[in-house]
Design a binder for this molecule. Structure first.
Ligand code: PMT
Length: 230
């Protein structure tokens, strides 16, 4: 049995990939399956936390026992649901792959191809940075965990990018996933690094997504405990 070391903590986890509609039948999306976020929610519930899971397009996954699940689609919907749950949470973990941009316009009819029409161009506008908003609105003592999906390898500067992202985003912990063909997205296993705002760095070996989840919750409990003793 797992330790009940998250008992009494309210946690919010986001999972999956947002979809940004172009017209009633098309969208811009990404390859996140939600498996990593679901593993985080499942492990947290098993360890006694009160869990709200905000899920974007995770239809293929069974709901984790004991978690309250809120289903959303777009980045803006995900942001609204996470913010609402975060206002009463001790911990927020942003494992969702959130679209940085959305189409500037959503057509209310299917965009048609006609013989002489010019090839269309999609104009994009920025979505709000949810993680940055959470950090700005952080409750006293609240622990905020971000994820970073980076292409490339250690030599290719993944960690340097991630260290800069951790500073820029202002979260307490950042899980760094190297992504690319056959890595992280949609897989059953994951690997990466866990970076702490206090400068700690931990390599997470390749293993089930529940193992990465356990490593994250171990680090979170440590931070919560340190804050309680301050
Ligand atoms: O779902 P799986 O198939 O299991 O795959 C897991 C995963 C690879 C998707 C996951 O582990 C992961 O890395 N998720 C974060 C992917 C991501 O969007 O990374 P990013 O570097 O683009 O964003 C950095 C952080 O900011 C993330 O915590 C993200 O949730 C957050 N963000 C991003 C954009 C935005 N507009 N608002 C945000 O809050």
């Amino acid at each position: 049995a797992l330790p009940r070391d998250l008992e009494g903590l309210r946690v919010v986890v986001s999972a999956g990939g947002t979809r940004e509609p172009l017209d009633p039948v098309r969208h811009l999306g990404n390859r996140s399956s939600g498996k990593q976020g679901y593993a985080l929610a499942r492990v947290a519930a098993q360890r006694g936390a009160d869990v709200t899971l905000v899920a974007a397009h995770t239809e293929a996954l069974p709901e984790p026992a004991g978690a309250e699940v809120v289903h959303v689609s777009t980045a803006r919907q995900l942001g609204a649901a996470v913010e609402e749950a975060a206002s009463a949470a001790d911990v927020v973990v942003m494992a969702a792959a959130v679209a940085d941009f959305r189409p500037a316009d959503t057509a209310d009819h299917k965009i048609k191809k006609t013989e002489h029409s010019p090839d269309p161009t999609i104009a994009l506008v920025r979505n709000p940075d949810i993680l940055a908003g959470l950090v700005e609105a952080r409750r006293p003592g609240q622990v905020i965990v971000g994820f970073a999906a980076e292409t490339g390898d250690e030599q290719g500067g993944v960690l340097d990018h991630a260290r800069a992202k951790l500073k820029r985003k202002g979260c307490d912990l950042l899980v760094v996933n190297a992504v690319g063909e056959g890595k992280a997205f949609e897989m059953e296993e994951n690997t990466g690094w866990l970076l702490g705002a206090d400068g700690t760095e931990q390599r997470i070996p390749l293993g089930a997504k529940s193992l990465l989840a356990a490593t994250v919750w171990d680090a979170v409990t440590e931070l919560v405990r340190r804050r309680a003793h301050r």
